[in-house]
Design a protein around this ligand. Structure first.
Ligand code: PEP
Ligand code: MG
Length: 575
């Protein structure tokens, strides 16, 4: 039988079904008499003590199995459980409403959790799941039911459950649980996030788990979001091979994550990751990123109705800087407008938003917003190697104005006695053709360039990057774009500055040899592209790449260049 769900975590897994079912909590409906109020509240206090003890055990297990970040989740659970607002809410329902303690807990938790569950941000929704998990545990303890947990499973199983709470997954052992299937949830559910962290193939949202029987053979096709139950012997053998191949792929990936991005002739390349949130750092590091080449800060502005405060931004930037442990982190100032709308800023709609009021143009016009971000960035620079990068620069005046505001922020912080890195590196995105052309002039004013090929390509070729109808005209290896890239890299090197690339082209294997041959110093990409690009970089020599780039520059069309680059890779067995 084949069941279609939603992809939660990629990969293939095979095993026997283990249904994880929990005894339902039945909320009693009695009311509390005046003279038993204290006794009822006493039950809550006993249950709270048991809850905190259990959470501490889970915290220790999470530390052993998954590491400090996951253990911190349960430290947070312990803090939430002890939040006076929670216990006061419950006690007041018992005292004044004569509601029994289980019902009072259920109602209070529901109110708390709903605040978070109603939010758009998946991270905040996760906090709602945490609160529900704590409430569940409290109620089970009041009712004297067995605590939940998965530590008792053995063998190699496909775990099938209605849903998995954070405390369930904390004791999850990936040597035992080979695949996960849940009836509820989607790609942002806690179970899916955990499965991806642990690299366990998972399918979510299969509706119900009635079709699964303990001991059945099951295949989890995580990438496709499909589960097969009791397949034919031939299929089972084929899937078992695929599951082994997936494990082998993970092993290779982990090995390569620790290898240096160095060519066969000893040339070191900076291989960085692009992120959109502080919490993406972990994945980037797992994939082998040695720095962050583009942190798109727009999401901080896009997710709320209000502009993010200096402190909120500072905390986020500081976390990235600290998690990267001194490795470079290039943080781009807000790049809103264009395709990115903003709830907290009423931007007028425009005929040509990509050519309109966006990015640095908004920042320079709104020092009240821009300086808040610059101050937060400067403050965070005391905690790691932060670089500031301005997007959509088209002229020297813009760089000068932005740098003048940065200087004002530095002066303010100095006057306030707040620490920051005075030598913080400042660079610009090269994504407007005019900026590429005047890069020898711009290089005088900045420490580095990062080429944003997504926009550079659309502006150079006059091809809207969002318009699928003209998708075939969007050619990042067009001779015109390639010449601009070469010009920018050469301009930076002549003034001893460095050039990176953070547009999609940096993660395209077909372009790797050409870009390295042109002298690109740093490649920054979606984390999942890093292993393949690293493999290519480690298999070629810079000399070879130079020859490939030189030859590509003699060609007349993007098609010729692409075919040539592909042929070189194929010949080397790299494609
Ligand atoms: C780019 O334009 O290449 C780039 C990296 O920026 P974004 O995709 O965020 O516009
Ligand atoms: Mg861009």
């Amino acid at each position: 039988m084949r069941i279609q769900g939603i992809s939660g975590s990629r990969g293939v897994a095979v095993g026997n079904v283990y249904r994880y079912m929990q005894e339902e909590i039945v909320i009693p409906d009695y009311t509390v008499a005046d003279d038993t109020v204290d006794e009822e509240i006493g039950k809550f206090a006993t249950a709270m003590a048991a809850t905190l003890k259990q959470l501490d055990t889970i915290r220790q297990k999470a530390l052993e199995h998954m590491g400090p970040d996951e253990a911190a989740i349960f430290e947070a659970h312990m803090q939430i459980a002890q939040d006076p607002a929670l216990s006061d809410g419950i006690k007041s329902l018992v005292e004044s409403g004569h509601v029994n303690v289980v019902a009072a807990t259920s109602q209070t938790i529901e109110t708390f959790a709903n605040i978070f569950l109603g939010m758009d941000d998946p991270y905040m929704r996760e906090r709602g799941a945490d609160i529900k998990d704590i409430g569940d545990r409290l109620m089970r303890n009041i009712l004297g039911m067995n605590p939940r947990g998965l530590s008792h499973i053995s063998g190699e199983v496909i775990l099938v459950a209605h849903d998995l709470a954070p405390s369930d997954t904390a004791s999850l052992d990936k040597n035992v649980v080979k695949g996960i299937v849940t009836a509820a949830g989607g790609p942002t559910s806690h179970a899916a996030i955990m499965a991806r962290t642990l690299e366990i193939p998972a399918v979510m949202g299969v509706g119900d788990i009635d079709s699964f029987t303990d001991g059945d053979k099951a295949v989890v096709l995580g990438t496709d979001g499909v589960v097969e139950i009791n397949p034919s012997d031939a299929d089972w053998n084929e899937y078992t091979n695929q599951a082994e191949a997936f494990q082998e792929e993970l092993r290779r990936l982990h090995e390569s994550a620790n290898l240096e991005a160095m060519t066969t002739d000893g040339h070191h390349v900076e291989l960085f990751g692009n992120i959109g949130k502080a919490k993406d750092v972990k994945h980037a590091l797992t994939m082998g990123a040695q720095g962050i080449g583009l942190y798109r800060t727009e999401f901080l502005y896009m997710e709320n109705d209000e502009l993010p405060t200096e402190d909120a931004q500072f905390e986020e930037y500081k976390k990235v800087a600290q998690d990267m442990k001194g490795q470079p982190v290039i943080i781009r100032t807000m790049d809103i407008g264009g395709d990115k709308e903003l709830k907290c800023l009423d931007l007028p709609s425009e005929m040509n938003p990509f050519l309109g009021y966006r990015a640095i143009r908004i920042s320079l016009n709104r020092p009240d917003i821009f300086k808040v971000q610059l101050r937060a960035l400067l403050r965070a620079s005391a905690f790691g190697d932060i670089h500031i990068m301005y997007p959509m620069i088209a002229s020297v005046e813009e760089v000068k104005q932005a740098n003048a505001m940065l200087a004002e922020c530095k002066a303010e912080l100095t006057a306030e006695g707040i620490d920051f890195n005075d030598a913080i590196k400042v660079g610009i995105m090269i994504e407007v053709p005019a900026a590429a052309v005047i890069s020898p002039i711009l290089a005088k004013y900045v420490d580095f360039f990062s080429i944003g090929t997504n926009d550079l390509c659309q502006y150079t070729l006059a091809v809207d990057r969002m318009n699928e109808a003209i998708g075939s005209l969007y050619q990042p290896l067009h001779p015109g774009v390639l010449r601009l890239i070469k010009h920018v890299i050469d301009a930076s090197h002549e003034q001893e500055k460095f050039t990176g690339m953070c547009g999609e082209l940096a993660g395209d294997p077909v372009a790797t040899m050409i870009l390295l041959g042109l002298g690109l110093d740093e490649f920054s990409m979606t984390a999942s592209s890093i292993p393949l690009i690293k493999k290519i970089l480690r298999s070629v020599s810079k000399e070879d790449c130079k020859a490939v780039a030189d030859k590509a520059l003699t060609m007349d069309t993007a098609e010729e260049i692409t075919n040539y680059a592909k042929a070189v890779l194929e010949e080397k067995g790299l494609l």
